[in-house]
Design a protein. Structure first.
Length: 248
């Protein structure tokens, strides 16, 4: 590095020394003066030319370093934005999962009569006209749903287990007796294997809405304030709410 730094000075000194030697050879006349001045001019030209090259190279290195710093900063910014977006998506998925679990527990712990009202409200939000029936003596009809001139008989099963084939056969008979278009069973549980086999064999005009689908529909058509603010699930899995168990 030290040798490179003195290179222009060494070239200038060598050139000037060479021309000075020629000047001494030819005496102290005008030619000697011309040679000395020419040698000095050439030496200075080489010196400044080399210095300018080194300065340009240093400037190019500085610009390259600055450009690389800008590239690194942009990459870091993009990575930070990507990390933030990924974290936000994870948080959104977590919140959605917790909201679904809370909604599912809300449906499972509602009073059966209130469950019927909530389901009728859900179908109203879905574009149906809904009419609830009396809580007792309803002949297996929890609600009537109408849309586009068609009538559907609604059954709401707020249960922990499964809906059996007997429930579906009775609903099928009610649909036929009432001359309805079809039946809809909304349950907080599932459907038994026997019921599924009966559905596959008979193919009645009955739609089954199990808990996962119910939660999905509620997420689309209900707002967050559908669940009371005082509703929560304790660590032991038991639900608590001051207004939850009312049948009103």
């Amino acid at each position: 590095m030290a040798l490179v730094s003195v290179y222009p000075v060494w070239i200038a000194s060598w050139t000037f020394s060479g021309f000075s030697a020629w000047a001494r050879r030819y005496g102290n006349g005008p030619l000697a003066v011309v040679l000395v001045m020419g040698g000095a001019a050439i030496a200075l030209f080489w010196y400044f030319e080399e210095r300018n090259k080194r300065a340009a190279a240093a400037t190019a290195r500085t610009l390259a370093m600055q450009q690389q710093q800008l590239i690194d900063a942009e990459r870091a910014r993009q990575q930070a934005a990507s990390d933030a977006a990924r974290d936000a998506e994870r948080r959104r998925q977590w919140d959605a999962r917790k909201a679904s679990e809370r909604m599912a527990e809300y449906f499972r712990t509602l009073h059966p009569r209130r469950f019927e009202h909530v389901i009728c409200l859900l179908y109203v939000r879905m574009g149906y006209e809904a009419e609830t029936t009396s809580y007792s003596g309803d002949d297996g009809i929890d609600g009537l749903l109408r849309r586009d001139g068609k009538v559907y008989i609604l059954q709401c099963k707020r249960v922990q287990g499964s809906v059996g084939a007997q429930v579906l056969r009775e609903l099928y008979g009610t649909v036929a007796a009432e001359r309805a278009t079809g039946g809809i069973v909304v349950t907080t549980g599932g459907v038994s294997r026997a019921a599924r086999r009966w559905l596959a064999r008979v193919r009645p005009p009955i739609q089954i809405v199990e808990l996962p689908e119910l939660v999905g529909l509620a997420g689309v058509h209900f707002s967050a304030d559908t669940i009371p603010d005082d509703f929560f699930v304790e660590a032991d899995g038991r639900a608590r709410s001051a207004s939850l168990f009312s049948s009103a």
